[in-house]
Design a protein around this ligand. Structure first.
Ligand code: GLV
Length: 319
């Protein structure tokens, strides 16, 4: 059984594979493989353990060959994988839901506070040794108490973000394909609303839906026009959900007040129109970046691989 791990994963994940009797062929460098190296590396694999930086498309499946049984992504999002192409070849796909919920929700809340309270901008003042003095009117932001958080995609991460926001005094509305568990809705006093109502009523919009064909550019010019000029957009999900140029235009024309971004449309490239804006806070995709979360993600992906290798059902299949 040839298990190829296409990116450097925490040792805890490799241990799961080794303890189950496999000898994973694992990439051990910090930087991602080139496409050419990747296509060569996957040849003859039975199972791939992949990172979100690897594009798993028809070309890669072809390069892997007919032994391939499964692609086990070390991420909850799997927009790097062409699931239809996998399905057409009977290749199973798994992801890592659950284990990164809290880490990602923490980053969403951090971005909400950083954008509304101008924290990155304030820190830049200090670091650049720009003269400053406490003043009644100096660097005022917007409080979140009694403000409305609009969650787009009320899955586990959306709910965890809403819980944290409620502790900060925010009220919660959400837009999702389905109603959430009524017990959680009542705990959060969260109301399901139409997408348009969410846009027009929210003081902060936080994106937590998956990235796929139906959510590509879910946020564009028309949506920014429906948001309050005082509202902030936070994205910890995936970059392509937001039309990044439309976001730059919306910020420039003061259609919205600011944005907090952990993900980017053409990651790791950043739209140059965002780079020098004080009303934008940007992080280099840190949503799940804690030691324990990355260990848990790697272990879950490895356990999926072990289950499939042993002809058992995977723990967290996609779809
Ligand atoms: C991280 O971005 C993930 O999808 O797991």
């Amino acid at each position: 059984m040839k298990i190829v791990v296409t990116g450097k994963i925490p040792r805890a994940g490799l241990e799961v594979l080794k303890n189950a009797g496999f000898k994973p062929d694992a990439w051990s460098q910090d930087s991602a493989m080139s496409r050419g190296e990747l296509l060569a590396k996957v040849a003859g694999a039975d199972i791939l353990v992949t990172l979100l930086t690897e594009k798993v498309d028809a070309e890669l499946l072809e390069a892997a060959g007919s032994n391939l049984k499964a692609v086990c992504n070390v991420a909850v999002g799997y927009n790097n994988i062409d699931v239809a192409a996998c399905k057409a070849r009977n290749v199973l796909v798994t992801n890592t839901p659950g284990v990164l919920t809290d880490a990602t929700a923490d980053i969403a809340i951090a971005l909400i506070l950083m954008t509304t309270r101008r924290l990155a901008e304030g820190e830049r003042v200090i670091r650049s040794q720009t003269p400053w003095q406490w003043g009644m009117h100096y660097m005022l932001g917007a409080g979140v108490m009694n403000r409305v958080l609009g969650v787009v995609g009320m899955g586990a991460i959306g709910i965890a973000t809403a819980r944290r926001a409620k502790v900060c005094g925010m009220s919660v509305i959400y837009h999702s394909r389905s109603e959430i568990d009524p017990k959680i809705a009542s705990e959060l006093s969260a109301t399901r609303v139409s997408f348009d109502d969410l846009l027009s009523q929210s003081d902060v919009v936080s994106i937590h839906c998956p990235s796929n064909d139906s959510t590509h550019h879910l946020f564009g010019k028309a949506q920014f026009e429906k948001m309050k000029p005082t509202a902030f957009l936070v994205n910890t999900a995936r970059g392509p959900i937001v039309d990044e140029q439309a976001l730059v235009d919306a910020l420039e024309s003061k259609q919205i007040a600011g944005a907090g971004l952990d993900v980017f449309e053409f990651e790791p490239k950043i739209n140059s129109g965002l780079l020098h804006r004080d009303d934008v806070v940007m992080l280099p995709h840190l949503g799940s970046a804690t030691v324990e979360t990355r260990d848990a993600m790697a272990m879950l992906a490895a356990n999926n691989a072990v289950a499939i290798a042993n002809n058992r059902a995977p723990l967290t299949p996609v779809g």
